[in-house]
Write a protein that binds this ligand. Structure first.
Ligand code: ADP
Ligand code: MG
Length: 240
């Protein structure tokens, strides 16, 4: 589904991704961890072409993303992304936030989009909030709406960039539970997070990044049990 081969990314003089090799199979859950500034968000943003790679090869859903040829619209349709800040439209109800893209982009009939949206709201545990405005919801509820909005496009891949980092501690669990369920259902997911419990429990593979490089890649039991890279050991000693 996703293949990086020797990918590099520069922002002007700043070398942010260095020789990234990464392969993600359908149904895999890959968790990316690492210190701030190590390139995690940039790597994620390359996958849906919010950033363009500077060199190497990147293939996503059978499309090469290096040049100008990539069908960005198809990419954005097929890849859902959830950010730290939920970015809901504040003036639209929860239901309208979720149905906006399916109606406008996929040309779904409004009634069909709404039925699907209600199904998704039940799935993320807040069926009663369809007519609420985002400001009337807690942070955890808003983030669950953002996940439902992503799912409304029936994506093939879901990207999560620190989806719980802006939440109060008591709301983190409810968002992680939704992500865990999604993983169980076979969604292909790439998740940047500092939630080590989630990584340990849900990840098929953990990627540790430092200074733009993938310095370790392992199954969670191996990574958390016997990290090899010194930088990963140090990182884990600080966060665990
Ligand atoms: P992480 O998500 O691991 O904290 P990022 O991918 O956000 O790391 O950033 C990696 C590096 O790239 C940082 O030094 C950051 O300042 C820089 N960077 C990120 N986005 C941009 C941008 N649009 N322009 C210039 N520098 C950027
Ligand atoms: Mg980041």
């Amino acid at each position: 589904m996703i293949t990086f081969r020797g990918v590099n990314k520069h922002f002007g003089g700043l070398h942010v991704l260095k020789d990234i090799d990464l392969h993600v199979e359908p149904g895999e859950v890959v968790v990316i961890i690492g210190p701030s500034g190590s390139g995690k968000s940039t790597l994620l943003r390359c996958i849906n072409k919010l950033e363009t790679i500077s060199g190497g090869e990147l293939n996503v859903l059978d499309m090469p993303l290096g040049g100008r040829g990539a069908d960005v619209n198809r990419l954005r349709r097929d890849i859902g992304m959830v950010f730290q800040h939920f970015n809901l439209y504040p003036h639209l109800t929860v239901l309208d936030n979720i149905t906006l893209a399916p109606v406008q982009v996929l040309r779904q009939p409004k009634t069909e989009a709404e039925a699907h949206a209600r199904h998704l709201l039940a799935k993320v545990g807040i069926p009663e909030k369809a007519n609420a405005l985002p400001s009337q919801l807690s942070g955890g509820q808003q983030q669950r709406v953002a996940i439902a909005r992503g799912l409304a496009m029936k994506p093939k891949i879901m990207l999560f960039d620190e989806p719980t980092s802006a939440l109060d501690p008591e709301m983190i669990g409810e968002v992680l539970a939704v992500m865990k369920q999604l993983a169980k259902e076979g969604m292909t997911m790439v998740v940047v997070t500092h939630e080590m419990g989630f990584a340990r429990e849900v990840a098929g593979r953990v990627i540790f990044m430092d200074e733009g490089r993938i310095v370790e890649e392992a199954e969670p039991a191996t990574f958390f049990g016997q990290p090899k890279a010194e930088r990963a050991k140090l990182f884990l000693s600080r966060v665990l």
